[in-house]
Design a protein around this ligand. Structure first.
Ligand SMILES: [Zn+2]
Length: 304
């Protein structure tokens, strides 16, 4: 596959699979001919640092050990055993333009090395979107990672999947589109792999409050969507959020680290790219604590 010149990731914290229930006209348009799944698996536990860490490092929480308290208080070591995507890209592409714009700044602070000349900023979603859009138009980034946080806030406050949560997803759909349109007006969209991903979902408000961290379907299944030349239209069978790392490297034409159960376990999902020369997807359910889907279904029919 011809590498993309630009890769843009729009992360939506706490959106889980609920994007499919929300009114998201822009998402629907952007990914009309894209690859989409609402059954990508979050990291276990379904908590932000564990999940975003897995995506940006390509290793699971069982290996990277990041937690919210750690990423919010400790800069990511510049010589960590598991480098971030930013460090891998910078090593291979010294002139790459890199950006990390997160409402929850702990991602940029605690998961991305601070010595890589990564453009970054933080603000609430609605103020961050125009900053990101200006950056896209001005710098035409090689790799841009963004995280919007307000959907998770609405989930905690009102319950995940509630009217308020879905309404917030609708608003953020517009903020994702702002960045997409910036890439269009910058003239780079035909060379861009544009993706949306959620880190985890959450539970409905049940009297005890809404939250996440557990392994119910509402928490563990998340949205992933990709659009760009070479993306196969349709759905993706199997995916874990940590696969984002492999997808980004592959999209930029960079070599993937060897699969290693004690380290890099990020793979390219089958059905994402038209390229047929992609290795078969390995089942990593024994690493993630997730039951393999087939045995889960077996379980159900046994119970019946
Ligand atoms: Zn949360």
């Amino acid at each position: 596959m011809k590498p993309y010149k630009h890769v843009i990731v729009m992360g939506i914290d706490g959106a889980g699979a609920f994007i499919k229930d929300a009114d998201t006209p822009h998402f629907d348009r952007i990914f009309a001919r894209g690859a989409v799944t609402y059954r990508a698996l979050a990291s276990n536990p379904t908590i932000s640092a564990e999940c975003w860490g897995s995506m940006l490092l390509g290793v699971g929480p069982e290996v990277h050990k990041l937690k919210n308290e750690i990423v919010s208080s400790t800069p990511y070591p510049v010589d960590a055993e598991f480098p971030s995507l930013f460090r891998r890209i910078r090593a291979a592409m010294p002139d790459a333009v890199l950006g990390s714009f997160c409402d929850w700044n702990s991602i940029t602070y605690g998961i991305v090395e601070g010595n890589l000349n990564v453009f970054h900023d933080t603000a609430r979603d609605s103020e961050l979107a125009p900053v990101i859009s200006a950056f896209v138009k001005d710098k035409k980034p090689t790799f841009l990672f963004c995280q919007y946080d307000s959907v998770d806030g609405a989930g905690h406050r009102f319950g995940y999947g509630t009217k308020e949560h879905l309404e917030r997803i609708h608003v953020v759909d517009g903020l994702v589109n702002d960045v997409y349109e910036a890439a269009e007006s910058a003239g780079i969209i035909d060379d861009t792999l544009f993706m949306v991903i959620a880190d985890h979902g959450g539970t409905p408000f049940n009297g005890a409050g809404a939250s996440h961290g557990g392994w119910t379907d509402a928490e563990k299944y998340v949205t992933f969507a990709a659009a760009g030349p070479g993306v196969r239209a349709g759905s993706i069978d199997d995916m874990n959020v940590r696969d984002l790392a492999a997808i980004v490297l592959y999209a930029l034409g960079l070599e993937l680290p060897a699969f290693d159960e004690d380290g890099w376990t990020s793979q390219i999902p089958e059905g994402l790219f038209e390229d047929v020369n992609i290795p078969a997807y390995k089942d990593i359910s024994h690493l993630t604590g997730a039951e393999p889907r087939r045995s889960r279904e077996q379980h159900t029919s046994e119970a019946l």
